[in-house]
Every structure is written in structure tokens, then in C-alpha cells.
Ligand binder design. Structure first.
Ligand code: NDP
Length: 290
């Protein structure tokens, strides 16, 4: 059976890696990009260039979008909206869950189906099954194209709600950026005290490697709303965070990050959680959102 042919719209580093992965797996690929010159090398490698976005949409049922964000999708597809009927748009551009839901409604109004994707890999991970992408949207559309999408990365279907793939992606990013920022802050304190990133590396690695154990221990308790202070107490946590803050200040380093952390801990104390686990701080976050 011949491999399904695909259209890729958007040829940034990600889109280019995707086109190459499809070509390497024997798929015919039609490409379109706002800056046409970015298609040249790919055409030399075997991709077909569409001269217009309408032509790119007409070429294949399966259309992969790899654009900076969802606003770019409207800019690109808007003028060719009449060519959307019958297409499956697999939107691998990053954006918010709400933008993904809105895009799914917009696509449906034009007779297209929208699958949201959240790619958890840099361009170098594209074409590798050990990389992963969250998908959400109509299950039958996902299942019909899962094998082709699997050429790009492993696939992880999260459900029908078009916002889900974006949501899973964003909560992963929430962990990633906050954790990496704390690492950079620790390095600034280390540097102020003559310790290099290389010297700190084994210790930072060991701390990060200890985190999965904490997550596994606390996740079921958090799901049950249990914040027993049997293993740790928030009052102890506040003292520890205070020590980090003062070490930062004594080192002449910017205190905004540990000060923000201490502020959250203090709000937990004020809410009466001193004797509970630090996980009770999730209640502080939930209240903030209400
Ligand atoms: P780039 O921002 O480099 O590529 C963006 C693409 O979008 C280009 O083809 C660009 O066209 C096009 N584009 C942007 N704005 C417009 C517009 N207004 N009209 C028409 N075309 C537009 O991104 P990447 O390739 O790095 O990433 C693509 C998506 O994948 C992003 O959403 C990114 O967040 C996500 N992602 C990226 C990762 C990475 O490591 N790079 C990792 C995981 C996800 P032109 O060439 O003409 O400028």
C-alpha cells in the first residue's frame, strides 16, 4: 500500500524537520511557506512546492501546520478558506487550549476537522519514535492518521476536547520553565560564591533526579485532597525558603524568585496550613485562580 501523502504548511526549523521525516519514510510531501525560499532545499530533497496556499490545501486531505502560533494560521489559511472543506488540519503550532478550541470551531465552520498537537521535542527529535506529541480532537480523525503522524514522533492521544493537547503541553511547560528558572537562580548564587555550573552539575542533577520520587509519593495524596503534615510541615518549609532567600541576599544576587516563593509559602501559613504538608500550597494557587 502506498504511503499517505501529506501537506506541510510552515517551514521553520520544526516544519523542515517534519518534511524531512516524511520524505525519509517514503511519503509524498507538498510544502508551502510564506517565505518561499525556505522551501528550496526541501524541494531539492524531493518535496513538491505549492505555489499558493490554496494549491497546498487542495493537494492532500492531511495538512500539517507548523506555524509560530494560531494567529499565523488565520493569516495563512484565511484567504484560502474555501479550500478547507474535507481537510484534516493537524495543528502542531504551540498556543493556548482556548485558542485550540476556537480554531477547531473555525475549521468546522469551513468543513475541515482540526486535530491539536503539542510537540514535546525540538527539531532534532522529529522522526524519532521515542519523542512524543500530545494530540486531541476527533478520535476517528486521529485514528485514521495516527500511523502517518507516528512518522514524526510517538503519538499520545489525550481525548476529544481540542484544548487537551495544548493543555497537557502547557502544564509540562509550566514545570519546565519554573524548574529551569530555579536552576539558573541557583547557578547565579553558586557563581557569586565562586562555584561554576560544571562544579554544581552533579549536585543539581542529583536533586532533579530525586524529584520523581516526590511526585510519585505526593500525587495520590494531592488527588485525594490530603495534605497531612506527617512527612513535612509547611512551617518547616517556610524556614527553609527563608534560608534560601537570605543566602541569595548575602550573595548579592537578585531575590525576586525566592521572594515570590516565600510569598506563596507565607500565604499558606496565613491560610492556616502551618501544620500541613507544603503540598497544601496547591489550595493557595486554586484560590488565586477563583
Ligand atoms: P518558527 O517560529 O521558526 O517558524 C514559524 C513558521 O511560521 C515559519 O514558516 C514562518 O514563516 C511562519 N509564520 C509565522 N508567522 C507567520 C505569519 N504571520 N504568516 C505566515 N507565516 C507565518 O517556529 P518553529 O519551526 O521553531 O516552530 C513551529 C511551532 O512549533 C511553534 O509553534 C513552536 O512553538 C513549536 N515548537 C517548536 C519547538 C522548537 O524547538 N523549535 C519545540 C516544540 C514546539 P516564514 O518562514 O515566512 O517566517
Amino acid at each position: 500500500m502506498s504511503k499517505q501523502s501529506v501537506t506541510v504548511v510552515g517551514l521553520g526549523p520544526m516544519g523542515q524537520a517534519m518534511v524531512r521525516a516524511f520524505l525519509a519514510a517514503g511519503h509524498q510531501v507538498t510544502v508551502w511557506n510564506r517565505t518561499a525560499a525556505r522551501a528550496e532545499e526541501l524541494v531539492a530533497e524531493g518535496a513538491r512546492r505549492a505555489d499558493t496556499i490554496g494549491e497546498a490545501l487542495a493537494a492532500n486531505e492531511l495538512v500539517i501546520l507548523s506555524l509560530t502560533d494560531y494567529d499565523a494560521m488565520y493569516t495563512v489559511l484565511g484567504p484560502a478558506a474555501e479550500a478547507l472543506a474535507g481537510r484534516v488540519l493537524v495543528n502542531l503550532s504551540s498556543d493556548t487550549p482556548e485558542k485550540a478550541r476556537e480554531a477547531a470551531r473555525w475549521a468546522a465552520r469551513h468543513g475541515a476537522r482540526h486535530l491539536t498537537g503539542g510537540v514535546q521535542s525540538p527539531p532534532s527529535g522529529i522522526g524519532k519514535p521515542e519523542s512524543a506529541t500530545f494530540y486531541s480532537g476527533p478520535r476517528d480523525a486521529f485514528e485514521a492518521h495516527a500511523a502517518t503522524l507516528g512518522v514524526l514522533t510517538g503519538t499520545d492521544y489525550r481525548g476529544e476536547d481540542p484544548g487537551l493537547a495544548a493543555l497537557y503541553y502547557q502544564i509540562q511547560m509550566d514545570v519546565f520553565w519554573t524548574a529551569m528558572l530555579s536552576y539558573l537562580h541557583a547557578l547565579a548564587v553558586a557563581d557569586a560564591n565562586g562555584i561554576s555550573a560544571q562544579e554544581f552539575l552533579p549536585y543539581a542533577t542529583s536533586t532533579v533526579a530525586s524529584l520523581p520520587g516526590f511526585l510519585e509519593f505526593y500525587a495520590p495524596r494531592i488527588d485525594k485532597g490530603e495534605h497531612a503534615g506527617d512527612v513535612d510541615k509547611l512551617a518547616m518549609g517556610v524556614a527553609s525558603v527563608d534560608h534560601v532567600l537570605h543566602t541569595t541576599k548575602d550573595s548579592g544576587v537578585d531575590t525576586s524568585l525566592p521572594a515570590a516563593v516565600r510569598d506563596v509559602f507565607r500565604r499558606g501559613l496565613a491560610a492556616g496550613h502551618a501544620g500541613d504538608s507544603f503540598t497544601s500550597l496547591i489550595e493557595v494557587f486554586k484560590k488565586e485562580a477563583a
